[in-house]
Design a protein around this ligand. Structure first.
Ligand code: ASP
Ligand code: MG
Length: 406
């Protein structure tokens, strides 16, 4: 029989009725003879509620106390789920992160897992019990409660699956899988049966917020087959693996279209064209803890350079302030910022072995009269920066240009 680790997110355990429905599902897997480890999130909205309580107390809440506070959300759901299972006649036992001993570093509110003690869980599984573990939390060497960052229950699920060498880690959520793009933007968006870790990382980091990015990285590193599926409807979901699919001839060139409205574009115009300038401009931005995404430099007719880069929209003001100083030093002409931009990306491992993908993309955008402001590519992704008002049009055009519809 198989060992499954299943993770149920906040919306799946949002009420006692829903927790009972999760218990029914888990019971079904037990009846089929599987060993079950279940990771749960806090009831939906609970973590936000706790965080807002904290902000009433202290402007920058103490990180250690923050973890003591927010870890309580998951402690509620593990107990309730075990009670629901017992009410149905199934043996179950709950564990906080400390009780399992999910050992993490001491980076409160963004801790990283270092080691998991599987002994207790194994003993319970051998005794026929369902093991129910609180997501998102661990314990440091000194016994302090830690948490893994927002959405961290996904990572707990994957880490337990890796430690237990589970057959699959199944992430149950309110969508029935990973889609070719956001179905709210494209009617014909299609659920993918299978996608690689690499593709999922690109899709996730670009805004398909189905899974915590760190969980996908973890799953890739330890090669844990990961499946995203719906708590509320039956179906196969989307399997995320190392494998590029059954038949590489069948492998689509592009697997999905990701997009992101969270960026802003900043240009510094008329900087001298000489060695060291890019670093003089960009290093202070990094020092101010602002992450830079796309960078483009072009040389102007008068032998000066224009340097354009994108940052998170929330960081635009900060980046502009830093640049004002740099601009003075370098004698730059002007700084221009624009937060009405968006990034659209095509993602697919199939790109590695196919030529002409970029030109298909650019042709499709041109046919809609969409101006490309910046371009960046990697082995399995091509991204363009365009005006935000064309975002949905661009996503639809690309979705159909690459034949992704149903
Ligand atoms: N409850 C935590 C959060 O809301 C962890 C999780 O649900 O994954 O971020
Ligand atoms: Mg989540």
């Amino acid at each position: 029989m198989s060992v499954f680790v299943q993770k149920y997110g906040g919306t799946s355990v949002g009420t006692t009725e829903k927790i009972k429905a999760v218990a029914d599902k888990v019971a079904g897997f037990r009846d089929a003879g599987h060993d079950m480890v279940v990771v749960v999130s806090a009831m939906s909205g609970e973590t936000n509620r706790l965080i807002s309580l904290a902000s009433d107390m202290q402007q920058d809440p103490d990180p250690r106390e923050m973890d003591v506070l927010v870890s309580t959300g998951e402690q509620v759901t593990i107990a309730l789920l075990c009670m629901a299972l017992k009410a149905k006649g199934y043996d179950a036992r709950s564990y906080t992160g400390t009780q399992v001993r999910i050992l993490t570093d001491d980076a409160h509110t963004k801790a990283r897992i270092q080691d998991i003690d599987v002994a207790n869980m194994r003993a319970d599984l051998d005794a026929g019990r369902v093991v129910v573990v609180a997501g998102f939390q661990g314990v440091d060497e000194d016994g302090n409660i830690t948490t893994l960052g927002r959405g961290g229950s996904d990572t707990t699920g994957v880490a337990l699956a890796a430690a237990l060498k589970a057959d699959e880690c199944q992430i149950y959520t309110d969508v029935d899988g990973v889609y070719t793009t956001d179905p709210r933007v494209v009617d014909g968006a299609r659920r993918l049966n299978q996608i690689t870790f690499e593709e999922m990382l690109e899709m996730a980091s670009l805004g398909s917020k189905v899974l915590q990015i760190r969980a996908v990285e973890f799953a890739g590193k330890y090669n844990v087959p990961l499946r995203v599926l719906s708590t509320f409807t039956d179906g196969p979901g989307t399997l995320i693996t190392l494998d590029e699919g059954q038949d590489s001839m069948e492998q689509p060139v592009v697997s999905g279209i990701a997009f992101n409205r969270d960026e802003a574009k900043i240009s510094i115009l008329g900087v001298p064209d000489m060695p060291g300038v890019a670093s003089k401009v960009l290093a202070p931005i990094g020092d101010a803890n602002v992450e830079i995404d796309v960078i483009v430099q072009n040389i102007a007719a008068d032998n000066t350079n224009d340097l354009t880069f994108t940052v998170h929209r929330n960081d635009m003001g900060k980046a502009q302030a830093v640049l004002q100083e740099v601009a003075k030093d370098l004698g730059a002409r002007e700084i221009v910022a624009d937060d009405k931009i968006a990034k659209v990306s095509i993602v697919g491992v199939g790109m590695r072995s196919h030529a002409g993908v970029a030109s298909t993309m650019f042709k499709a955008l041109a046919a809609e009269n969409i101006n490309i402001r910046m371009i960046t590519t990697s082995e399995i992704k091509i991204s363009v920066i365009i005006d935000e008002k064309y975002l949905e049009l661009a996503v639809r055009a690309l979705h159909s240009a690459f034949g992704l519809e149903k």
